[in-house]
Design a protein around this ligand. Structure first.
Ligand code: NAD
Length: 363
């Protein structure tokens, strides 16, 4: 099968981790008889340097014409002082909106080989961590009007948070559908004791719940959810929430599974095209040192094969290769165990060696 992939290397560790994911994709294509054609896309800080904007329209068009997008990461100190409307992150928002990708799915699952890397106590980890956060991606405060001004000599800023019922309904339906394929528990997270957007959210999710009688729906306030994720993560199956809450909770959820470097994500809209990316950023503090963990990006590539290209066997073989790599004791620095005794059993590798080993494990 021929598939076109828009590849965004971006900034910081982006180029390093994407190189490893492409190597894994190439090996998979060779084994299974596919051909992946890569459209190289300029996005983020590097696109600001080259084109004066974080995602030129012609680049977005190339993404739209591709079968899916594989993204490393964008952003960095160098572009922190550019005007807000051309910040690297604006490229991300434009890409997500341009691809119509309103649903971001982030699994928080602990790999058995990495249980000791979790900062949570062993008895909590042993109860199991395996849930998915379904985050609304193209609405809410990140997409509302942003304003900074001065009134009566006092500077002020405001960010508008708007949700309409259709936006809420379509993401909550993804939550219910996802729960249906899993343990049939959906937790809707909001801040309905304070926010009108949350009160509408709660109403809508309960209105559609009768279409999913097999799924148990519960509600939780976002501050409580932040607490429960570290207190007893085993209680969650699927969490559905709005854009900003999902952004924050999914970073928290990634930490309890060991490392932000391990977690993939998919962002999908109405069709099969998606945006696949690790959940971390461009990690400028470790960029260019060949120490980043490329597994989140490699697993994102596997998700792309599974969910957008219908290549389940190919995705399985990538995930199995990652598991065998971990079984053999290889670790990038971010997932090295903290206890000296455990650490001694592991082999420290860099980003490119990690990619090479996983590529070799693919059968
Ligand atoms: P970050 O995720 O880049 O880094 C947070 C911490 O995690 C750092 O200590 C980093 O070294 C570590 N880390 C991240 N990915 C890692 C990996 N693969 N392997 C090992 N360690 C890893 O978040 P940040 O520092 O808040 O942001 C840095 C830049 O990235 C900012 O400019 C931010 O705007 C941008 N950002 C981009 C995206 C994206 O492209 N999707 C997402 C979040 C942040």
């Amino acid at each position: 099968m021929d598939k076109t992939i828009a590849v965004i290397r971006g900034d910081g560790i982006g180029p390093e981790i994407i190189t490893q994911a492409v190597s894994v994709l190439e090996k998979t294509a060779n084994i299974y008889g596919h051909r992946f054609i890569y459209n190289e896309i300029d996005m983020g800080g590097m696109a600001i340097d080259k084109w004066g904007e974080p995602l030129p329209d012609k680049m977005l068009q190339l993404c739209r014409e591709s079968d899916s997008v594989l993204l490393g990461a964008v952003g960095g100190e160098k572009w922190n002082s550019v005007p807000g409307h051309i910040r690297p992150e604006k490229g991300l928002l434009k890409l997500r909106a341009g691809m119509g990708a309103y649903s971001n799915n982030r699994p928080a699952k602990i790999w058995k080989q990495l249980a000791s890397a979790s900062p949570l106590k062993k008895d909590i980890v042993d109860k199991g961590i395996d849930f998915i956060i379904v985050r609304e991606l193209i609405g809410g405060v990140y997409f509302g009007e942003h304003k900074t001004d001065t009134a009566d000599g006092i500077r002020y800023a405001s960010d508008m948070m708007i949700y309409n019922e259709s936006e809420i309904e379509r993401i909550c339906r993804i939550g219910f559908e996802t729960a249906r394929k899993r343990r049939k528990k959906l937790c809707s997270v909001e801040k309905s004791n304070i926010l009108d957007t949350s009160r509408l959210w709660k109403k809508v999710v309960h209105e559609i719940a009768s279409d999913y009688p097999d799924v148990t729906l519960t509600d939780m306030l976002v501050d409580n959810c932040a607490m429960q994720i570290v207190k007893d993560p085993s209680q969650f199956d699927v969490i559905v929430t709005e854009n900003m809450f999902g952004d924050i909770l999914s970073d928290e959820a990634s930490m309890i599974t060991g490392s932000i470097g391990m977690i993939p994500s998919s962002s999908l809209g109405a069709g099969t095209k998606g945006v696949y990316e690790p959940i971390h950023g461009s990690a400028p503090d470790i960029a260019g040192k060949d120490i980043a963990n490329p597994i989140g990006t490699i697993l994102s590539a596997a998700m792309m094969l599974r969910y957008s290209f219908g290549m389940a066997d190919e995705a399985d073989s990538i995930e199995k290769a990652v598991s065998e790599y971990l079984d053999a004791g290889y670790r990038t620095a971010d997932i090295l165990p903290r206890e000296a005794e455990e650490k001694e059993k592991c082999i420290l590798v860099g980003c490119s060696e990690c990619g090479r080993l996983i590529t070799n494990y693919i059968k």
